[in-house]
Design a protein around this ligand. Sequence first.
Ligand code: FES
Length: 105
Amino acid sequence: VTFEVEDHDGNRQSIEAPDDMGLSLMEVLKASEYPVLATCGGMALCATCHVEVLEGKDGLGEATDVELDQLEALPEMFDTSRLACQIRISEELEGAVFKLRGEEN
Ligand code: FES
């Protein structure tokens, strides 16, 4: 599946990721050397993997209550804020655009 990621400086890059390995978006971002802290290792506890979904939010499914609690505790939350560690890479993400909003490492 191919989607786009916009970094903290506003640079957009296309990313191709396997959609049959059960990876999370956070894992793919880290593997692509984006500065995602992911302090909690993907447990929806740290919110440092915060992304804003600029396009394609319909393909993502609903956020869980645990995810929403973390997002609501952030100083800055957007209408389409999500935690990258709670987004599974699937073919539904084709054409989506994510903007990094978490703390940089
Ligand atoms: Fe900690 Fe996503 S990695 S909330």
